[in-house]
Design a protein around this ligand. Structure first.
Ligand SMILES: Cc1cc2nc3c(=O)[nH]c(=O)nc-3n(C[C@H](O)[C@H](O)[C@H](O)COP(=O)(O)OP(=O)(O)OC[C@H]3O[C@@H](n4cnc5c(N)ncnc54)[C@H](O)[C@@H]3O)c2cc1C
Length: 396
């Protein structure tokens, strides 16, 4: 039986372990945490991400955990529309919002008994020499396999060993996410209940309703972004700061922040890889090592594509290795994976960087230029970014 070691049990690692195991690989899934746990937030699955998940597991029940994402448009802090809401084109799956607890549960449900999960294992060493089987180790044990899948996130130890040129840098933003459960959420009129995006001077606020039963409690997900470094203060102080920064913004921004509790808040620095790794696939032994998800292409969240791209990575990898035997075939598949995924992810990273400039605009002149441009640029920057990016189709 072909063997794989997957490093990291985040979204990318769980999806990879499940997909390989369903194709009869024997998989060892290594996670440094003491358990596999979802952050208490949500994310948008764009059509490309939904297609990838459907390709990975048509019986995954993805539609039942994802709520359609209404288009609330893009506003200024005073509530005026920079880009009015519009009806999305009908073809293909619609963007949807999913609570991460539900997404992780669905991914874990897709693991069969070909997957052995080992938690509390932090990989620190990588062996990827031409002549020997690839392996990763935690300083005590080496785990060998035909294929090593590095899904260990932005600070990937595997990438650090194989592609040290890709350095993690701050993107110049801090982000805060929270889910306000339904029983505490403000009662919003229909035009506000759809959520939407608001752009201020170096600040951004996005909100969206979750499905009625999301994570068993429903509610509203929001994410705030501010240019600058992450805050060192305790959560309660950070929440007070957010309430002050966004105090004059149109409803329901203030209402959502008022309903949020410090324990709901997930603050983090926005970081990215610069440059991207020179390769996502490293052929060796009977197969090789591949990087996927944030380990390969961590980027700021402005287009909300990180997880969607991770699922694309997995769907592509799975199709390439589906019938590959360990040896020359699997080695070739590892190289093909690199060729298939690097141009695609580099293009999304380029679009994300253009969005960073839009979000970061500060100062009267820069803002005026941005606001004037946004309406006409919508089809070209935002629409194109989502349209082109979301157009991806899984391999046959
Ligand atoms: C504010 C914000 C909003 C976002 N919104 C969206 C969105 O709407 N849509 C979207 O598609 N994406 C979005 N993203 C991006 C998305 O969250 C990430 O791209 C995604 O979580 C990456 O998943 P991953 O599995 O690659 O990495 P991670 O989630 O970081 O998982 C890595 C796993 O590996 C484990 N690990 C790490 N190192 C080791 C080691 N050495 N040994 C063993 N285990 C290890 C970790 O404990 C973890 O479990 C957003 C990101 C942010 C910050």
């Amino acid at each position: 039986m072909r063997t794989a070691v997957v490093v990291g049990a985040g979204m990318a690692g769980l999806a990879a372990a499940g997909a390989l195991a369903r194709d009869d690989w024997q998989v060892t899934l290594l996670e440094r945490g003491e358990r596999v746990a979802a952050p208490p937030t949500a994310l948008v699955l764009w059509p490309n991400g939904r297609r990838a998940l459907d390709a990975l597991d048509p019986d995954g029940g993805w539609s039942s955990i994802a709520a359609p994402l209404p288009d609330g448009g893009v506003r200024r802090p005073d509530g005026q529309f920079l880009v009015a809401p519009h009806t999305r084109p009908g073809a293909g799956p619609a963007p949807a919002v999913v609570h991460l607890e539900d997404l992780y549960d669905a991914l874990v449900a897709g693991l069969n008994d070909h997957v052995e999960i080992r938690t509390g294992v932090e990989i620190t060493k990588v062996r990827a020499h031409r002549g020997s089987r690839p392996a990763v180790g935690d300083g005590r044990v080496f785990y060998e396999a035909d294929l090593i899948v590095a899904a260990d996130g932005i600070d990937s130890a595997v990438r650090h060993a194989l592609a040290p040129e890709a350095v993690v840098v701050g993107s110049g933003f801090a982000a805060w996410q929270a889910v306000v459960p339904r029983y505490r959420a403000p009662d919003l009129p229909p035009d506000q209940a759809a959520g939407g995006e608001t752009l201020g001077a170096g600040y951004r606020f996005v909100s969206m309703p979750l499905g009625e039963r999301a994570a068993g409690k429903g509610g509203i997900y929001w994410v705030a972004t501010a240019a600058g470094a992450p805050r060192p203060e305790p959560a309660a102080t950070q929440l007070a700061l957010l309430r002050r920064w966004f105090a004059a913004w149109h409803p329901p921004v203030g209402e959502l922040l008022a309903a949020t509790r410090p324990e709901d808040l997930v603050p983090q620095e926005v970081r990215e890889l610069r440059p991207l790794p020179r390769a996502y696939g490293f052929r060796c032994g009977s197969g090789g090592v591949v990087l996927l998800g944030d380990a390969a292409h961590a980027m700021p969240h402005h287009l909300g594509q990180g997880a969607c791209l991770a699922f694309e990575d997995v769907a592509t990898l799975r199709s390439l290795v589906a019938t590959a035997s360990p040896g020359a075939e699997l080695g070739q598949a590892v190289e093909d994976y690199d060729r298939a995924r690097r141009p695609r992810t580099a293009s999304v990273v380029r679009q994300t960087r253009r969005m960073s400039a839009v979000v970061q605009a500060r100062g009267r002149l820069a803002l005026r230029a941005r606001n004037a441009a946004l309406g006409s640029l919508r089809p070209r920057i935002l629409g194109h970014a989502h349209g082109h990016t979301a157009d991806w189709q899984p391999p046959e």
